[in-house]
Design a binder for this molecule. Structure first.
Ligand code: SF4
Length: 133
């Protein structure tokens, strides 16, 4: 059966940071990702964990600042680990819950100005980023 995004979807991040700020939420990270992020900041894994991580059940998530911004976001600088950012950030906005319907995608587009502009991602690419294949 075809998907509503069979013709592909356009997206190009403007770097506005809206998806990184102002709202609490989990950003799940793996031990490898933690190591990469700590390394990119020149920190030990233990120091990084103490400053930037929280445990939720068996998983690890990045922390937020009291205002809801990602702990790794700095104004004027943006994401301070961008080249080492975790998969969840890398694959945004192509998350399963965001592409499950046109309406869901449009809701995300209201907050993400990168949606609808720039490069066309084809269906295979989208499914791969969403982890559906
Ligand atoms: S909200 Fe969209 S355009 Fe803004 S930083 Fe996030 S992905 Fe990029």
């Amino acid at each position: 059966m075809g998907e509503w995004y069979d013709e592909g979807l356009r997206f190009e991040c403007t770097g506005c940071g809206d998806c990184c700020r102002g709202e609490p939420g989990y950003v799940w990270v793996s031990p490898n990702e933690v190591e990469r992020m700590a390394g990119s900041l020149g920190m030990s894994v233990d120091d990084f964990a103490a400053k930037c991580l929280r445990r939720a059940g068996k998983r690890l998530s990045l922390l937020e600042k009291p205002n809801g911004d990602c702990i790794l976001w700095e104004s004027g600088e943006g994401c301070t680990v961008y080249p080492a950012r975790p998969e969840q950030c890398r694959t945004f906005p192509f998350w399963p819950e965001n592409i499950r319907s046109r309406a869901a995608w449009q809701r995300v587009a209201e907050r993400c100005p990168g949606i609808g502009r720039g490069r066309l991602y084809d269906k295979d690419e989208i499914d791969q980023l969403a982890g559906l294949v």
